[in-house]
Design a protein around this ligand. Structure first.
Ligand SMILES: [Fe+2]
Ligand SMILES: [Fe+2]
Length: 274
């Protein structure tokens, strides 16, 4: 399938719209947690960061729908905005139900529709990849009660759809530009990816420090999820979960590649004891 072709564009929109799942965060029945589990959940340090991230992403994505002239692709981006908004509402519902103290940020206003969408999208490619592994770890180790895992499962799967949609949208978007503007678009994407990598490297360097806050909580979250795990095994888990979650979608859509390739590389060079 040629990237940017009519077939690609139709599949891009169709896959996303067809795999949308209905649920209402305000009607979730939150499981009663034993005191010990509750203390662990409320003690996780990343709720504030999660609420802020979903606020930025949901407003950025919702606004980016205006970029899109094609009605089906626009509808898919709007739907993604709605899903991100639902993540933010889900976190509000969770934190208020379990009385976790978070500040609700003022709605984020994107400055540049395309740049902010690209920045958020590439950021999600990193965060979701690690979230897949961390979520599997928390489920496997019993760190999260099975009822709670069931509530979050559709959210994690939505992030897999988001990054699959995003990488295909980037290819589609690039193909719509006149040939002479494509190199600049690639450069812009490269620059944004570098900024995202730099911010993750900063996080990695503060890992094991005194819990300095970070933009990228999924990278350091494994330290808070209780189960002892080496980085080597975590990478392996992320890679397997990434494949498993992506398998559900049409094989003609190219998968996000950069983060899995970097993870594979790290997995190969890191000693198993790390
Ligand atoms: Fe999200
Ligand atoms: Fe997302």
């Amino acid at each position: 399938m040629e990237m940017g072709s009519l077939e690609h564009r139709k599949l891009l929109a169709r896959f996303f719209i067809d795999s949308h799942v209905e649920y209402d965060p305000e009607r979730i029945e939150w499981p009663r947690l034993p005191e010990h589990d509750l203390a662990r959940l409320t003690g996780l340090p990343f709720w504030q960061e999660a609420v802020s991230t979903e606020n930025v992403t949901s407003n950025t994505v919702a606004a980016a729908a205006a970029l899109e002239p094609d009605p089906d692709v626009r509808k898919a981006i709007e739907l993604q905005g709605l899903e991100e908004n639902r993540h933010a509402r889900l976190l509000v519902a969770l934190t208020s139900h379990y009385r976790i103290d978070v500040r609700l940020p003022a709605p984020f206003e994107p400055k540049s529709l395309e740049d902010d969408f690209l920045f958020a999208g590439f950021g999600e490619c990193f965060d979701s990849f690690f979230a897949f592994g961390l979520f599997a770890l928390a489920a496997e180790s019993g760190y999260f009660a099975p009822d709670l895992v069931a509530v979050f499962e559709p959210v994690i799967q939505e992030e897999a759809r988001h990054i699959l949609f995003f990488v295909n949208w980037v290819k589609y978007r690039r193909s719509q530009l006149p040939w002479w503007r494509r190199p600049l678009f690639r450069l812009r994407c490269g620059w944004i990816i570098l900024r995202q990598v730099a911010s993750r490297v900063k996080t990695a360097r503060t890992m094991g420090g005194d819990g300095a806050t970070s933009d990228n909580f999924t990278l350091s979250a494994h330290q808070d999820l209780g189960a002892p795990i080496t980085l080597h095994r975590l990478l392996d888990l992320c890679l397997r979960e990434n494949d498993r979650r992506m398998q559900r979608y049409d094989a003609r859509l190219p998968r996000p590649r950069l983060v899995p390739i970097l993870a594979q590389l790290a997995h190969r060079v890191l000693p198993a004891s790390w």
